[in-house]
Design a protein around this ligand. Structure first.
Ligand code: UDP
Length: 379
């Protein structure tokens, strides 16, 4: 073995594939019983509908290098993601656009009038100097829209005061003064034509790659455990960085998600793939209806699969999804970064290994950079 990769998500598989293609022998271990990390998907047995087991994954990128790379393993459909939000039993388009504004204010404003109205409603905070999510949100869309579509949804999603959350979270949501309600701004977008798992398996399908599932890096009864291998072979570790150091600097805060999946005896439940629920009165943040991710497929017309998504603080035993990133978390992260620098021949990557919210294309892009800039020379 020339390289051990801990974790078989997009970051780990990209590293493994690059090294294997350069003639190196790679072992990938994962404590789960399937590859792919949270991008894994599978057919729901009763309906055959592809379900993203760890929440909906939408691929999009403006990075040409990443786009060229991913197209080596899969083609993409022409799916364009759109999200709607149910606020007080009325459905509005997201991200906040001219359609949302006119529906909310029962008006027929043009772009200029809408800009003026929002500027007036947003004047209590300045976007550039906004200190936290609340100030940033209000500065971008004004208080009434913020309170309707952002405040309570964010409270459900983060259970952290919006004044303690970093302003960047909301930068992911564009505001548009047109009727364009594409959720993402990227040049390339689509879903893998034959599913995420087929794509992930093709990345791992190389004679130089051996994947060992159900294999926990910290389990000393299996031979490739941390104590036995660190220092003997280059390692790319994509698990939680605090776990690697046995939580020496304290635990980093994560959000986890709980999903309630249901097969319903109707052909179409909500007419779209993702419906957010803005209000505090509904306990879930959104409902996914998976058939709508693949309108080109022949799915049963009398059944559908929906999944309600709930968000809460993660304990050590939960799957970490979103870094909370409070000021205390950021202090701890700096200490962990110093520790990682002292680990010779171990590189830390991916969402868990760097404590960063990475979209799939970012994880792949950062793995390609790590391989080219650091790892290739080490191997
Ligand atoms: N958000 C919100 N209302 C919505 C959708 C998003 O307030 O209807 C905020 C919320 O704080 C969320 C952030 O925008 O955490 C990012 O949303 P996105 O849909 O990009 O999150 P993801 O799909 O990654 O969970």
């Amino acid at each position: 073995m020339d390289l051990l990769v801990v974790g078989s998500g997009f970051f780990g598989l990209t590293i493994a594939e690059r090294a294997a293609s350069a003639g190196k022998r790679v072992v990938v271990i994962d404590r789960r019983s399937h590859i792919g990390g949270n991008a894994y998907s599978e057919a729901e047995p009763e309906t055959g509908i592809e379900v993203h087991r760890y929440g909906a994954h939408l691929f999009h990128t403006s990075n040409e290098t990443v786009w060229e790379y991913v197209n080596r393993f899969t083609t993409f459909t022409n799916y364009v993601h759109k999200v709607y939000s149910n606020f007080k039993d009325e459905v509005y388009p997201l991200p906040i656009n001219l359609g949302t504004i006119n529906q909310f204010f029962r008006a027929a404003y043009g772009p200029q009038q809408a800009r003026e109205l929002i500027a007036e409603q947003a004047e209590e905070f300045d976007t550039k100097s906004a200190q936290n999510l609340e100030e940033k949100g209000i500065s971008l869309i004004g208080r009434p829209l913020y309170e309707a579509f952002i405040r309570d949804y964010t409270a459900k999603q983060w259970q952290t005061p919006t004044t303690d959350l970093p302003a960047e979270i909301i930068s992911r949501l564009p505001v548009r003064y047109t009727y364009d309600n594409r959720y993402f701004n990227d040049t390339h977008e689509g879903l893998p034509t034959d599913g995420y798992t087929a794509w992930l398996e093709r990345m791992a399908d190389h004679p130089n790659i051996e994947v060992r599932l159900d294999t926990d890096f910290f389990d000393e009864s299996q031979p490739l455990n941390k104590r036995a291998v660190v220092g003997t072979v280059p390692i790319v570790y994509t698990g939680p960085v605090d776990r690697y150091f046995d939580y020496a600097e304290g635990e980093l805060g994560w959000r986890t998600l709980d999903f309630e999946q249901e097969v319903l005896p109707v052909g179409d439940f909500q007419g779209t793939s993702v419906m957010n629920y803005a209000g505090a009165d509904v306990p879930y943040t959104r409902i996914h209806e998976f058939r709508h991710f693949h309108p080109e497929r022949e799915y049963p017309t009398d059944k559908t699969v929906i999944m309600r998504e709930f968000s809460r603080f993660a304990t050590r035993d939960d799957e970490p999804y979103y870094p909370v990133n409070t000021p205390e978390d950021r202090d701890r992260l700096l200490k962990y970064r110093q520790l990682t620098e002292g680990e010779s021949n171990v590189l830390f990557g991916g969402r868990l290994g760097t404590y960063q919210y990475l979209d799939m294309h970012m994880a792949i892009g950062s793995a390609l950079s790590m391989y080219n800039n650091k790892l290739a020379d080490l191997l």
